[in-house]
Ligand binder design. Structure first.
Ligand SMILES: NC(=O)c1ccc[n+]([C@@H]2O[C@H](COP(=O)([O-])OP(=O)(O)OC[C@H]3O[C@@H](n4cnc5c(N)ncnc54)[C@H](OP(=O)(O)O)[C@@H]3O)[C@@H](O)[C@H]2O)c1
Length: 273
């Protein structure tokens, strides 16, 4: 059977390397959907890979209806999807006020992630992998203890509500007083992992019977236009191609039950709490 893969935010950075790596590991009947929010950038990226398994689709993950329509389209066309790499992310600008950045950041990185989980969870074929690219900041250990319970989510709606309440606290200037970290990347990454955990809690039993994986992944520091402005010394950063390899190994390799529903980095689970 052909392996059908989808990568979001795949026109540059880590997402591009993930799409390229999937194409490199594909057989001739496989299909890799390289997606991104801008038609020109998506076409240009696909041309750089120039591999017959690559197809393109313009997908803005902020648009929940478009995400659902794409998932439905792939179910109709292929019967489902085997690998979903939810990687799209808005960037942060050092020095810019958090209140200016938090709205678009949550829309893409958090609501975009939950749109992907809601739409693509049901079309994931048995044995497939649905991975959300998060980061090592994505554990409640980054938060004061009294905030942990806000992420003991029962559903994706609960996670969305937590993230929107935090966003509003950033906007009205009360977030720091509530104990939230100043760097908005941290709560946002925790929200992404909490979303994965909520989905995993619902599907764990069925997925364990079929070897299907739902997990969050941390690529480590990757040398991209998004990370470069934040670090004076990038000498320890992996190239996007290097960082993509362990993520692809996880998506395509032998299933390890201990990774299910967890945040995984370099072959080990990062403890949630
Ligand atoms: N770089 C690191 O060191 C690092 C470390 C840990 C985790 N991560 C995570 O790895 C992922 C990729 O990071 P990166 O460094 O490769 O970032 P990047 O270079 O900024 O790439 C982000 C990608 O997401 C796309 N995107 C932005 N908004 C979108 C939207 N609304 N809908 C669809 N696509 C959208 C961008 O498209 P445009 O080109 O159109 O903007 C771009 O293709 C992120 O989730 C990031 O948090 C990165």
């Amino acid at each position: 059977m052909s392996r059908i893969s989808v990568v979001t935010g795949a026109n540059q950075g880590l997402g591009f390397a993930l799409a390229e790596g999937l194409a490199r590991r594909a057989t001739s009947s496989d299909v890799v959907y390289l997606t991104g929010r801008d038609a020109g950038r998506v076409a240009e990226a696909a041309a750089r890979i120039d591999h017959k398994t690559i197809r393109t689709h313009v997908l803005d993950v902020r648009d929940g209806n478009a995400v659902t329509a794409f998932a439905d389209e792939l179910r109709e066309r292929h019967g489902g999807v085997d690998v979903v790499l939810s990687n799209a992310a808005a960037r942060l600008t050092p020095g810019a006020p958090s209140s200016d950045q938090v709205g678009p950041f949550v829309d893409t990185n958090n609501l975009g992630t939950t749109h992907m989980l809601r739409a693509f969870g049901p079309v994931l074929r048995p044995g497939g992998a649905l991975l959300v690219v998060a980061s090592s900041f994505g554990t409640v250990r980054q938060l004061p203890r009294h905030l942990h319970e806000r992420f003991a989510a029962k559903s994706l709606d609960d996670v969305d509500a937590t993230m929107l309440a935090w966003r509003d606290a950033v906007l009205d200037g009360t977030a720091a007083g509530q104990g939230w970290p100043d760097w908005i990347n941290i709560p946002s990454k925790i929200g992404q992992v909490a979303a994965v955990r909520a989905v995993a809690a619902e599907r764990r039993e069925a997925d364990s019977a079929t070897g299907t994986l739902v997990a969050a992944v941390c690529p480590g520091l990757v040398d991209t236009d998004a990370s470069r402005p934040w670090f004076a010394d990038m000498s320890g950063a992996a190239s996007p191609a290097e960082a993509a390899e362990p993520l692809l190994d996880l998506a395509l390799g032998t299933r390890r039950p201990e990774f299910y529903g967890e945040l995984v980095q370099f072959g080990r689970v990062l403890r949630w709490s």
